[in-house]
Design a protein around this ligand. Structure first.
Ligand SMILES: Cc1cc2nc3c(=O)[nH]c(=O)nc-3n(C[C@H](O)[C@H](O)[C@H](O)COP(=O)(O)OP(=O)(O)OC[C@H]3O[C@@H](n4cnc5c(N)ncnc54)[C@H](O)[C@@H]3O)c2cc1C
Length: 383
């Protein structure tokens, strides 16, 4: 007798949404998480994540983002609490560079409602970006905004349990063995026998499944207290943005959140890992304290990126994410194995897609074709 039909290992952003979808489809599913859902030890901590449908990372992600948005609203309604805030989002940079060119390509291909602002219009509309050079432009997506990661994960797990999923928290999976007709998932307490296993272990994916082309990368997040005039840095005046500088360095962030939480009154800023500058780490043992190297470059950019925000961070924390050679996700069955589905390799742009990924994973597990074509995420694509 199997313990469940499906085990989902890792209940972070992607695993919690897979668990929720499977449970509400009536599948006998068990979720296993080494910490508590909504923790800050993996890739999903830090109070906010940007949502946008204009996915510059790959045009094929746009349908996934659109479907995810519908599902975020379903999750929010089922949870009965605010999870997603469509306060708009801005992408800024030189028109011929990665951020703007990629966003325009995705927008044109999928006919997305993105407004193009020249530097003058952008400065008028959002004076916080007054230091912008004349040759930069802004792309404004009204439907973009922020998701609350910790609450979303906790809500998905709670709703999955209410729909019949069994959940083991504080339980580290120590091994996954594929056996005849299923898989054995080992924990320090006991082994679970299931028909299929979904591995959504984020930065720890490589330690549970051999042979995947993933690296885990350490990435700091920084919050600043404006020394004067905090109103100037409210979210409506500094909506979530990504800004590419002329030298390719990319700053992202957003203004002070209108809801209360651990980062009350603070502006969030960080650097994109645009040139692979963040170090590869062992997720089991790495320094979670902040080094001067972590934020020297960011502090260097602050005067131009967001003038007046302050020179010293009020709060810094270290997160991690998983990198693949082409910066695209790993979603599917490695070696077409009917016992195993992988959902990982988030490449630092995966949170917004979590609900859609959860649905795609449930489709794969149940032998259905996912609604969006995710062939470019095939885990076997590197040969
Ligand atoms: C600083 C930063 C900013 C980001 N900003 C954005 C953004 O604005 N927009 C966006 O879309 N994306 C963003 N991302 C990326 C996004 O946060 C990630 O893509 C997403 O959180 C990945 O979710 P995950 O489920 O793969 O990993 P996680 O949420 O980390 O989940 C993995 C889970 O597996 C569990 N686990 C691991 N090993 C085991 C084991 N052996 N046994 C049991 N459980 C285990 C972990 O405890 C964890 O809960 C950002 C990432 C970072 C680091």
């Amino acid at each position: 007798m199997d313990d469940a039909d499906i085990a989902v290992v890792g209940l972070g952003a992607w695993g919690s949404c897979a668990l929720w979808t499977l449970a509400r489809r009536g599948v006998r599913v068990v979720g296993i998480e080494r910490f508590d859902p909504g923790h800050s030890m993996g890739s999903s901590g830090g109070t906010s994540r940007m949502f946008r449908t204009a996915c510059l990372e790959h045009p094929g992600l746009v349908p996934l983002a659109r479907r995810s948005l519908e599902l975020w609203h379903e999750l929010q309604a089922a949870a009965g609490e605010p999870l997603i805030d469509a306060s708009g989002g801005l992408l800024i940079g030189p028109p011929d560079r990665h951020i703007i060119a990629g966003t325009l390509a995705a927008s044109r291909q999928h006919d997305l409602p993105v407004q193009v602002w020249d530097a003058g219009e952008l400065r008028n509309r959002m004076p916080v970006h007054a230091g912008l050079p004349d040759h930069h432009i802004g792309l404004w997506e009204q439907g973009a905004g922020l998701i609350r990661p910790e609450r979303s994960i906790a809500a998905a797990v709670r709703l999955a349990e209410a729909a019949g999923a069994r959940v083991h928290t504080g339980t580290k999976v120590t091994g996954i063995e594929l056996v005849s007709g299923g898989a054995v998932v080992s924990t320090p307490v006991r082994d679970l026998r299931v028909r299929q296993v979904v591995v959504a272990a984020g930065g720890w994916l490589g330690s549970l499944v051999d042979g995947l082309p993933v690296e885990t990368v350490r990435m700091p997040m920084t919050w600043f207290a404006p020394p004067a005039d905090p109103e100037r840095f409210a979210l409506e005046r500094l909506p979530v943005f990504m800004r590419e500088m002329d030298d390719g360095v990319c700053v992202w962030g957003h203004g002070i959140l209108p809801w209360s939480g651990p980062h009350d009154g603070l502006v969030k800023l960080g650097l994109e890992d645009s040139d692979g500058r963040f170090p590869v780490i062992d997720p089991e043992r790495f320094d979670r304290s902040v080094s001067p190297a972590d934020w020297d470059l960011l502090v260097d950019r602050l005067g131009t990126a967001v003038p007046g925000v302050g020179a010293l961070p009020a709060s810094v924390s270290v997160c991690m994410y998983t990198r693949t050679p082409d910066n695209q996700f790993l979603l599917g069955r490695p070696r077409r194995d009917p016992r195993l589905v992988i959902a990982g390799g988030c490449n630092n742009h995966g949170f917004k897609h979590a609900t859609g990924v959860g649905e795609a994973v449930a489709d794969l597990v149940m032998g259905r074709s996912p609604a969006c074509d995710l062939g470019f995420c095939d885990p076997d694509r590197f040969g």
